[in-house]
Design a protein around this ligand. Structure first.
Ligand code: FAD
Length: 359
């Protein structure tokens, strides 16, 4: 690595967008000795802060194609990243396992045959009669839930992850600028980047990690790239019913497509929706309360103690995410409509290889 460090020393890389993708890219590229600057004007309100952090690697049923390759790579890299990041924050970890349950018999049969087809992937089939499901049946009374337990999937707390990356980036001397890039322009071999406050930055390499707004910085006549907004809502439920204790549940569940995270005895998080819009709609919020055949009393909007949303971007006409070299010194790493937390290490790995073509 020290040879690579010498080669890339002093080459300026400017990363636009400081969500999980921008920060992960900065973290990975810092190993190579680049002179890295991260620019963001509003990172507190990005989709990474809204994420639930569920990692669905082995549970992914489509076992071929680009999406699977990225998941596989990330599943391999996450434990290694966690090991390194724990030296900056010992509280960061991947918590496992993840349950995927359904009350649709056909879907269960599909899950069971998927688990049987991959006997080495730590996927356990749990039928409705299994004792393991007793606490779940108690809390989701009247629903015949069954499915699989994935022992290698789980969750990373996104807030702890982002904080840890911040600590790491600071110690690695990555520069951060709290500002918005409003224009980028090629000037000989360098890129000039205009900040909203008028200053101009200059860099050999620019990486667009600013999700939907990447499009505002590139020429639509040259690049046929389309991204659409996908808003996701999540809620925290606070239940006061005495006979319900969420701690009796597994910590991480996906039930009929909705993710659930147990916080404590009385609190549980449920998310998320897929809304092709910039504003959260109440009609979509209902989905977070209507995903079971029999709705338990506690699963009621009156029990919402927190509600939030994030806006992700989804490529149109091509698969997510967008990982492309646009021209010399300009790379786009955007369009993480789902699974940005899961895919971050695999995409940073791709960037660290791709960037060499630009030098
Ligand atoms: C409710 C919800 C639940 C989710 N749950 C999960 C989950 O369980 N697991 C999972 O893997 N993923 C999950 N996701 C998806 C995940 O959050 C996203 O895929 C991921 O956060 C995308 O990260 P990003 O860095 O590409 O974008 P963002 O986090 O949105 O970051 C983009 C950044 O670019 C900045 N920016 C934009 N324009 C400019 C500019 N011109 N100049 C400077 N900065 C700029 C913005 O301020 C922003 O900070 C969830 C998302 C939501 C909304």
């Amino acid at each position: 690595m020290s040879k690579a460090k010498d080669t890339f020393n002093n080459i300026k890389v400017l990363i636009i967008g400081s969500g999980i993708i921008g920060k992960s890219n900065a973290f990975k590229l810092s190993d190579y000795g680049f002179d890295i600057t991260l620019v963001d004007h509003d990172e507190i309100h990005n989709s990474s802060h809204a994420a639930l952090g569920i990692l669905m690697g082995k549970m992914y049923q489509k076992r071929k194609g680009r999406s699977w390759i990225l998941r596989q790579k990330s599943s391999e890299l996450w434990p290694k990243w966690i090991n390194i990041l724990q030296s900056y924050n010992p509280n960061l970890r991947i918590e496992k396992p993840l349950y995927q349950l359904t009350n649709d018999q056909k879907k269960f049969n599909k899950l069971a045959s998927f688990a049987n087809n991959y006997p080495h992937d730590d996927l356990e089939i749990v039928e409705a009669e299994s004792n393991i499901l007793d606490p779940i049946s108690e809390i989701f009374k009247g629903n015949k839930l069954q499915g699989i337990i994935s022992r290698q999937d789980g969750r990373i707390n996104p807030k702890v992850l982002l904080e840890t990356l911040d600590i790491a980036l600071k110690l690695k001397n990555i520069k951060t600028i709290n500002n918005q890039i409003i224009k980028i322009k090629k000037n000989n071999k360098k890129w000039n980047l205009v900040l909203k406050t008028g200053e101009i930055l200059s860099s050999e390499i620019v990486i667009l990690c600013n999700s939907l707004d990447s499009l505002k910085l590139i020429n639509p006549e040259i690049y046929d790239i389309k991204l659409k907004p996908v808003l996701g809502q999540a809620v925290e439920i606070f239940n006061e019913e005495k006979d319900i204790n969420f701690l009796s549940l597994p910590k991480f569940l996906n039930i009929n497509g909705k993710n659930l995270i147990t916080i404590n005895e009385k609190k549980i998080i449920i998310g998320s929706t897929d809304e092709y819009n910039f504003k959260p709609e109440d009609s979509y919020l209902n989905e977070l309360f209507e995903f079971l055949e029999h709705k338990p009393n506690w699963l009621d909007k009156k029990n919402i103690s927190k509600r939030w949303f994030g806006i992700r971007s989804r490529p149109e006409g091509e698969p997510s995410p967008l990982l492309k070299s646009l021209e010399k010194g300009l790379i786009i790493c955007s369009g993480f409509y789902k699974n940005g937390i899961l895919l971050a290490p695999a995409c940073s790995h791709w960037i660290s290889e791709e960037i060499k073509k630009h030098i």
